[in-house]
Design a protein around this ligand. Structure first.
Ligand SMILES: NC(=O)NCCC[C@H](N)C(=O)O
Length: 411
């Protein structure tokens, strides 16, 4: 346990000094990727795990060496599973949500999971359970013993778990456990919700939730940017639905949290820009990095509390002007990644050149490989902390995607 003297959760901006962050160090779940199922698993390629872990450790080191406390998802899960009530609840939920009908098979899997130690069970819940691992009795073999051609897992692996940005978002002092769009990522938020419900670090801080993992309309954290203590931007994207945004906005406005406006930035629904933070991130009080190929395609809407208790939604014309007005700034700078050359910009955007993680105003973490975009940021007086990303990038996410800030200091 740390000597924290502040509450566990507090995020009122994208850029305030970062104090505590949740990461997941890529692990065995990446070794369950096979070419046939890459699309379903939301990957284009299979990373080299050992190298990926080195890169991730470098990322974590850049944070810890600046005094930022790093919590690891797998440790929190393991500690949660050490509590008997949590363990039974988590295994029951996993079994209820299995894509398996047979009651006897479900029971076999339940018993197998419950027989594992907390550490092994945590690994299984992340790396998945392959059909080969479920024992067959000598005289009653299942068909999966003979037929190996189909999907190899009863419990899918979670190779996207290292993108901790997406399954949870701290807004003010509460946590939104996000409803993921794709089946491949749904268990990520279920597990986060169980950690928030049972882990002493969360229970002792009395953490409340804005949103639960299994709601109807999808919303993912890569689309949520807390621009200021009053304004939140939410991307409407291939992953985040208009209904999910409205629902969250209503809940936020209902509480007296200081947030008074949600700016909706609708981006084209495409793989290369699956979330708003793949094309637009905040790097300083009045500066944003943006992928130039997208600026003219973004549609902007302002949502405020309506006079009769609902929402007032107003289409806005111009991103830059809307941002300055909403943030109460004279002007803002949109820094185009790729340095004005669209080919470079597209290549670097694909490698997450626009996906910056701010650790304090004007200081961001980025991948070293995006040399042109990093230089442009520096030319705009942004301090750039570079990390390697040859393997990490293969899951299509950068430093912001790989991190869930839990606490930022406010001035
Ligand atoms: N915020 C982000 O853009 N996260 C990256 C998520 C990448 C992951 N392979 C996915 O498709 O969900």
């Amino acid at each position: 346990m740390s000597n924290r003297s502040h509450p566990l959760l507090q995020i009122r901006s994208e850029i305030d000094p970062l104090k505590t962050i949740l990461l997941h160090r890529p692990s065995r779940e990446l070794e369950q990727l096979i070419p046939k199922y890459l699309d379903e698993m939301l990957f284009e390629d299979i990373p080299y795990l050992e190298q990926m872990q080195k890169e991730h450790d470098e990322f974590a080191l850049q944070l810890t060496s600046r005094g930022i406390e790093v919590l690891y998802f797998e440790n929190l899960l393991k500690e949660t599973l050490a509590q008997q009530d949590a363990r039974v609840q988590i295994v029951n939920t996993v079994i209820d949500e299995l894509h398996v009908n047979s009651a006897s098979l479900k029971e076999d899997i339940r018993q197998l999971l419950l027989s594992r130690s907390s550490g092994e069970l945590a690994q299984t819940l992340l790396a998945g359970l392959s059909k080969n691992e479920v024992p067959h009795s000598a005289d009653e073999k299942r068909l999966s013993f003979y037929i190996k051609e189909g999907f190899p897992f009863y419990l899918d692996p979670l190779p996207n778990l290292y993108f901790s940005r997406d399954y949870g978002t701290v807004i003010g002092n509460r946590l939104s456990v996000n409803t993921m769009k794709a089946r491949a990522r749904k268990r990520e938020s279920m597990l986060l919700e169980q950690i928030a419900r049972y882990h002493r670090r969360f229970t002792s801080a009395g953490v409340d939730l804005w949103h639960h993992y299994n709601e109807k309309d999808s919303i993912e954290g890569g689309d949520i940017l807390i621009l200021s203590p009053e304004v939140i931007a939410i991307g409407c994207s291939a992953r985040t639905s208009p209904e999910g945004i409205e629902e969250l906005a209503e809940r936020i406005f209902e509480k007296d949290t200081g947030f008074r406006e949600v700016l909706v930035l609708q981006i084209p629904f495409a793989r290369a820009y699956m979330h708003l933070d793949t094309v637009f991130t905040m790097v300083d009080r009045d500066k944003f990095s943006i992928f130039p190929g997208i600026a003219e395609h973004i549609k902007v809407f302002s949502i405020k509390p309506g006079s009769k208790g609902g929402l007032s939604i107003i289409p806005r014309e111009n991103l830059k002007k809307t941002l300055s007005e909403s943030l109460g700034l004279r002007g803002i700078q949109l820094i185009e990644t790729g340095g004005g050359d669209l080919l470079t910009a597209e290549r670097e955007q694909w490698n997450d050149g626009t996906n910056t993680l701010a650790i304090s105003p004007g200081c961001v973490v980025t991948y070293r490989r995006n040399t042109v975009s990093n230089d442009i940021l520096r030319k705009h007086n942004i301090e750039v902390v570079e990390i390697p990303g040859s393997e990490l990038v293969r899951g299509r996410g950068g430093p912001r995607c790989m991190s869930m800030p839990l606490y930022r200091e406010t001035e």
